[in-house]
Each structure stands twice: as structure tokens, then as C-alpha cells.
Design a protein around this ligand. Structure first.
Ligand SMILES: [Zn+2]
Length: 127
């Protein structure tokens, strides 16, 4: 791979890093909308056709293997939507960074690093 292509990829990585640094608050998960039925008899949610209560907004996410759901107030929706979007952008940017880094490593693999890697593989075979 020529050095110009290498420099271009380095520049792209710098761009990805800057974009990551510029991201605002993050929130993992997905937003969903719910309509509920209550317990009081004669309520509009039991009319024909029913007018259910809601919408209620909630964010579901999995963190360290544990799933959770949090209700979101209507006034917090714009901020939460933005945080969810930032999280998705962060994941895409990291994928991009990893792709670029792996592409770069094909042409720029330090010799001593390669030797270490070979030694490591060998020692894991021995034990
Ligand atoms: Zn009701």
C-alpha cells in the first residue's frame, strides 16, 4: 500500500476521533411508545371503541447482560432521542475506526510487534 493511501486513512481516523469527541450525551437502547388500559370501571379506555391512556414513552436497554426499561417524560423526549442517536453514531464511528485501523495495520505492522505476536502464539501452543 502506498504512503498516500496510508496518509488518507490516518486523516480519516483523525476525523473519526474528532467526531467521537464532539458527540454529546449517550444513551443506549431503543425508544418505544405504549398505550395502557387502567383499572377504573367506566373509563374512556373501556369505551367502544376504547380510548387508551397514553402515549407513554419508554427506553429499553441491555447493560452488562441485564435488561432494563425506563419511562421517559414527554418533555424529556427530544433530549433522549438525541442521546439515543449519539449512541448509534458512536457505534458507527467506532466500527469505522476499527475498519480503518485494520486496513492500516496491513501496511503498517511494526516488526517488533509482529515478533511479539509470534512469540505469544508460540508460547500459547507450548502450554
Ligand atoms: Zn382508563
Amino acid at each position: 500500500m502506498d504512503t498516500r493511501r496510508e496518509a488518507t486513512m490516518q486523516r480519516h481516523i483523525e476525523k473519526v476521533k474528532r467526531a467521537l469527541a464532539a458527540l454529546g450525551d449517550l444513551r443506549p437502547g431503543s425508544l418505544s411508545t405504549q398505550y395502557n388500559v387502567c383499572g377504573s370501571p367506566g373509563c374512556r379506555c373501556k369505551a367502544d371503541p376504547p380510548v387508551k391512556h397514553g402515549p407513554y414513552y419508554q427506553v429499553s436497554y441491555t447493560r452488562k447482560g441485564k435488561s432494563s426499561t425506563k419511562f421517559v417524560k414527554k418533555e424529556d423526549l427530544p433530549a433522549v432521542r438525541k442521546q439515543l442517536k449519539n449512541y448509534e453514531s458512536m457505534k458507527l464511528l467506532m466500527e469505522k475506526w476499527i475498519d480503518l485501523a485494520m486496513e492500516l495495520s496491513k501496511c503498517d505492522w511494526p516488526k517488533n510487534q509482529r515478533n511479539n505476536w509470534e512469540n505469544l502464539s508460540l508460547s500459547s501452543f507450548v502450554h
